[in-house]
Design a protein around this ligand. Structure first.
Ligand code: ADP
Ligand code: ADP
Length: 232
């Protein structure tokens, strides 16, 4: 379970102070598939990055499976992230001069996973995303949708319980976006909890739970009337 209690995040630049999140409260239960929407600049990426322990927050409490993330040191946080979290980004973030197999292998090496186990996991994940026959291809030899499926395979190889996706279909046409969504749905059925930021309202509606971030706060669809923010 992922739980944020009154989490606030302030970006301080020379002249401007931005409250990216303010008293943000959310509980994500085991096995959920949540789509996060909201206006540009409302704090969606900030929320996802904090959830993935990629950036710190200023106030409040973040519990991941009961572990108080704010109390961890850098190594403990990195370990927890490696154990539990997988990321998918809009831009795929594949390494251009490594083939698909090698791309998926990078984070597994980094985690100290042994060669035979790496091979087993990579083959299984490539199979799962339907690209087993392309292991030796370079990213540029694939379509955008296929590249995103490689990025998903790379995330899956770490056996994450939580898959965090930031606009995973943002660079894809609608057919490929649907295929990626179907893959995420399958991964969710297989047991991973998924939190997906998207501006694609059609995809968002397919997710079992929709939440909206407005001005750094959660606006539940049942509370959000589309006209104004709930509370500041
Ligand atoms: P969204 O993902 O909903 O578009 P973000 O979480 O990226 O929103 O940003 C929330 C707010 O925080 C925006 O006003 C944005 O400009 C600001 N922000 C995000 N990252 C930084 C940063 N590194 N430095 C300063 N301000 C930032
Ligand atoms: P860097 O990538 O240089 O570590 P960050 O902005 O990620 O910069 O982090 C700034 C500081 O906050 C670092 O000391 C980092 O270890 C710490 N930090 C990063 N993520 C978290 C987090 N989720 N909770 C608490 N502290 C964090």
């Amino acid at each position: 379970m992922l739980q944020m209690n009154n989490v606030s995040k302030v970006y301080q630049t020379e002249m401007v102070q931005t409250h990216a999140l303010r008293d943000f409260n959310l509980q994500v239960n085991e096995g959920e598939f949540i789509a996060v929407t909201g206006p540009s600049g409302s704090g969606k990426t900030t929320f996802l990055n904090i959830a993935g322990m990629l950036e710190p927050f200023n106030e409040g409490e973040y519990l991941l499976d009961g572990v108080n993330v704010g109390s961890l040191n850098d190594n403990q946080r990195a370990d927890l992230r490696n154990q539990k979290i997988g990321f998918i980004f809009q831009g795929f973030n594949l390494i251009p001069d490594l083939n698909l197999y090698e791309n998926i292998e990078v984070p597994l090496r980094y985690r100290g996973i042994k060669a035979n186990e790496r091979k087993r996991r990579i083959e299984q994940c490539l199979e799962q995303v339907g690209l087993a026959s392309r292991a030796k291809h370079l990213p540029q030899q694939l379509s955008g949708g296929q590249q995103q499926r490689v990025a998903i395979a790379r995330a899956l190889a770490g056996k994450p319980r939580f898959l965090l996706a930031d606009e995973p279909t943002g660079n894809l046409d609608s057919l490929m976006a649907r295929q990626v969504m179907e893959l995420l749905e399958q991964i969710n059925r297989d047991g991973a909890t998924i939190v997906m930021v998207t501006h694609d309202s059609e995809l968002a509606r397919r997710a079992p739970r929709n939440i909206q971030v407005v001005d750094g706060q959660l606006a539940d669809f049942t509370l959000y009337q589309g006209a104004q923010t709930i509370k500041t």
